[in-house]
Design a protein around this ligand. Sequence first.
Ligand SMILES: [Zn+2]
Ligand SMILES: [Zn+2]
Length: 109
Amino acid sequence: MKKHEILLRIDLQCGTCGALTHRGETVDSSEKKPKDKPFNPAEGVKFCPCCGAGYERYCMRCHKKADMFFEEYWPEEDECVRTYVPAKRCSSCNAGLEVDHRGKDKPEE
Ligand SMILES: [Zn+2]
Ligand SMILES: [Zn+2]
């Protein structure tokens, strides 16, 4: 039986300027590895090299770290590209986390 390895490519997208940072490639050779800690996409790369905005966001209301979310896209059957973007809303209390809009409430509606 052919061992099925998936090439996983991780990109981080800045939530402020939209610049993509190539995080690296990892081979996800399925279930065998012990998951000692949850995967942290922003580990080692905490800030956008273009504008300096942080990738990790904390909720100002409940003070929890908001996990980044990702979108997957499969250019090949065994190749996965994941683009992580900073969370726009807190998963606990649903407060908005957009730094740009903080403090200046433009009436948009
Ligand atoms: Zn940026
Ligand atoms: Zn919250």
